[in-house]
Ligand binder design. Structure first.
Ligand SMILES: NC(=O)c1ccc[n+]([C@@H]2O[C@H](COP(=O)([O-])OP(=O)(O)OC[C@H]3O[C@@H](n4cnc5c(N)ncnc54)[C@H](O)[C@@H]3O)[C@@H](O)[C@H]2O)c1
Length: 295
């Protein structure tokens, strides 16, 4: 089984920057592609800050941080990814956008390059079928923040070859992650169960069951979760959750996946969560304070 030495990452947002960081820290030459230098400057700064924190906490030698930073490069030209052993896609949750990239890379990359999507809710089949390498296509679903979260869901669709699945599993483990195998159903394991819970928390807020802070405290203290659902939504990105909910609702036609109107209004207003500075909470304040959503 050929070793994976060079990794391409599509997208340098929340997830792409985290995936690039763990790949480079694990020793892979890593090329990250996003649409503009300005977006990448933000991702690059985030990676440097995160690696510095690992060093400060004594979890990573300073020399390893420097080596990881030296293994990373940032490009806007897709063709710079053409000689990668694996390409992991973490761009905005939009099938047409993702497939335009996959088609372009399918024509550029050699036969051995594995294509892997970090999608939260699209099926791997919907992307694999747009390429001529459906047997070398998998899902690699990481969790946010990638450098801290242990899990990766490794997803085999109907066309994925056993050899490709084994290489993807071995790669996920080589990054120091715990890997679980999942079937190619929308949401895999975690989001199949988590998304209805998060959407129900928004519905509870919308229907006046309790305040933002009380909903979060109830689930945190009552269930022993590390954070409440509305805080978690702000971490994930409300724009991303909205897209995920739409995709899962279309797939399953079950109301538990339907995005609540409040979520839609918040996305229209740019209340994306931590990444835009405001969501269910306002992050200009320390500690963050709940946003008045006019409920
Ligand atoms: N946010 C989460 O907690 C989470 C967890 C697991 C998986 N995901 C999935 O990861 C993917 C990315 O989510 P995110 O939270 O990082 O979103 P994000 O909005 O933080 O980042 C998406 C990035 O994709 C970039 N992009 C858009 N078009 C591009 C293109 N043509 N080429 C390269 N880059 C392009 C954008 O500029 C942006 O930087 C989505 O599929 C999402 O469902 C998200």
């Amino acid at each position: 089984m050929a070793e994976i030495k060079k990794v391409g990452v599509l997208g340098c947002g929340l997830m792409g920057s985290g995936i690039a960081q763990v790949a480079a820290t694990a020793g892979c030459t890593t090329v990250v592609r996003d649409v503009s230098d300005a977006v990448m400057a933000k991702g690059k700064a985030g990676i440097a800050k995160s690696l510095d924190k690992f060093v400060e906490k004594g979890k990573l030698p300073a020399a390893d941080r420097d080596a990881a930073l030296a293994r990373l490069s940032y490009v806007t030209d897709v063709s710079a990814l053409k000689d990668c052993d694996i390409i992991i896609e973490a761009v905005t949750e939009d099938l047409d956008l993702k497939n335009d990239l996959w088609k372009e890379l399918d024509a550029l990359c050699p036969a051995h390059t594995i294509f892997a999507s970090n999608t939260s809710s699209l099926t791997i089949a919907a992307m694999a079928s747009a390429t001529a390498r459906a047997d070398r296509f998998v899902g690699l679903h990481f969790f946010n923040p990638v450098p801290l979260m242990q899990l990766v869901e490794v997803v085999r669709t109907v066309t994925t070859s056993p050899a490709t699945f084994d290489r993807a599993m071995a790669f996920a483990k080589s990054l120091g992650k715990e890997a679980v195998a999942a079937k190619d159903n929308s949401g895999f394991i975690v989001n199949l169960l988590l998304v209805p819970y998060l959407l129900d928390a928004i519905r509870a807020l919308e229907h006046g069951v309790a305040s933002t802070v009380d909903i979060d405290n109830a689930m945190k203290l009552g269930c022993g979760y590390p954070m409440g659902p509305l805080t978690l939504l702000d971490f994930v990105g409300n724009d991303t959750t909205y897209k995920i909910a739409e995709i899962m609702f279309t797939e399953y036609r079950e109301t538990r996946y339907a995005p609540p109107p409040l979520l839609k209004r918040m996305v229209m207003a740019g209340l994306y969560g931590r990444k835009s500075g405001k969501g269910f909470y306002d992050y200009a304040a320390n500690p963050p304070v709940p946003v008045d959503l006019g409920l």
